[in-house]
Ligand binder design. Structure first.
Ligand code: FAD
Length: 299
């Protein structure tokens, strides 16, 4: 017998009408109808087994690549931030990392273990789950270059072991079996690469000097088009500092949109569309956004 989310008993925490602005790095977004923080994989599997098939499910890491519209998200948002926090060395060059582990934690621990290349993970302010979903990357490193296998969970709570062959992987794009989400990954590092805490700190310092890191953003909004940089195209189109409502194209880094003050998701989405149109008119290049835009417009 299937059930609505409101009828289900869980060990973790369920919140209703949870403002997604609390769970996105842009600090915007309407409410999630149901926000579930499972206590464990078993708790999540039991919840999924009972959940009505027609209830929309959305997976959330820490929202560092998400624009949730002001009308919010229908159905259930699953947050992996409490479960799947394990991080352990499982071989000379291999690590098992839960989806809820912060990429910065992964980076620091791998450097302590002398497993590299791993410094680049420190530049990604999301979770391992989000990095797997996005094929997040920085400074020449990409998440899926390190993946040996992943464990996923499906809509009925079933668990699967998958390898990269089950996925189509590209720049900031991962396509795999429908209705499966990441629980953990086995990551493999290179025997002859010695990572360094100093290199990682220097990389973070470079980012601080070139990116508006103190202000709410989602990092780079647009993918780089082949052979060019979105930031260059946006700056050359004269858009640095352009504002709509509380949203602004960062004067420091043109591929960042920052929430200056009380921006809404509507402001940010309107600015994204304005940038796309202006760059298309100026350079004939169609920019694709890297950030995931989800949810309902405010009615
Ligand atoms: C200041 C700043 C700098 C950034 N720099 C970089 C950078 O250098 N390189 C880079 O690649 N990104 C960068 N980002 C973007 C972001 O950090 C990454 O995309 C990150 O991987 C998102 O992880 P998250 O946990 O926040 O995912 P979320 O934003 O919560 O979710 C992103 C997507 O992943 C899906 N997802 C999340 N968890 C899972 C899961 N367990 N299973 C299946 N799907 C899941 C969500 O449904 C959503 O579609 C930056 C962001 C900020 C704010």
């Amino acid at each position: 017998m299937m059930a609505a989310a409101t009828e289900l008993k869980v060990q973790g925490e369920i919140r209703y009408d949870e403002p997604m602005s609390r769970h996105t790095s842009w600090r915007v977004g309407g409410p999630a109808e149901t926000f579930f923080i499972p206590a464990s994989v078993d708790d999540l599997a039991a919840f999924l087994q009972e959940l009505d098939d027609d209830i929309p499910l959305f997976w959330h890491g820490v929202g560092s690549n998400l624009l949730v519209r002001d009308g919010g998200l229908r159905g259930v948002v699953i947050s992996a931030t409490k479960m799947s926090k394990h991080l352990e060395r499982v071989g000379q060059y291999r690590v098992r990392a839960g989806a809820g582990v912060a990429c910065t934690t992964l980076s620091r621990q791998c450097i302590r273990w002398q497993l590299g290349p791993s410094e680049f993970f420190a530049g990604i302010p999301g979770t391992v789950g989000g990095a797997l979903a996005m094929n997040a990357g920085a400074h020449g490193g990409e998440t899926w270059e390190r993946v040996q296998s992943v464990r996923t969970i499906d809509r009925s709570g079933g668990l699967h072991e998958r390898t990269p062959d089950d996925f189509s992987i590209a720049y900031r794009s991962v396509k795999g079996p429908a209705n499966e989400w990441f629980l953990e990954a086995i990551l493999r590092f290179d025997p002859d690469v010695m990572p360094s805490m100093d290199d990682m700190k220097a990389m973070l310092e470079r980012r601080r000097s070139t990116q508006p890191l103190g202000l709410p953003s989602c990092g780079s909004v647009f993918r780089n088009p082949p052979g060019d940089y979105s930031a260059r195209l946006i700056e050359a189109a004269g858009l640095k500092g352009h504002r709509i409502g509380g949203a602004e194209v960062s004067p420091k880094h043109a591929n960042f949109i920052i929430n200056r003050k009380d921006a809404t998701a509507t402001d940010i989405e309107a600015l994204i569309e304005h940038v796309q149109q202006t760059v298309l008119d100026a350079h004939g290049t169609s920019l694709k956004h890297e950030v995931r835009i989800v949810g309902e417009a405010r009615s």
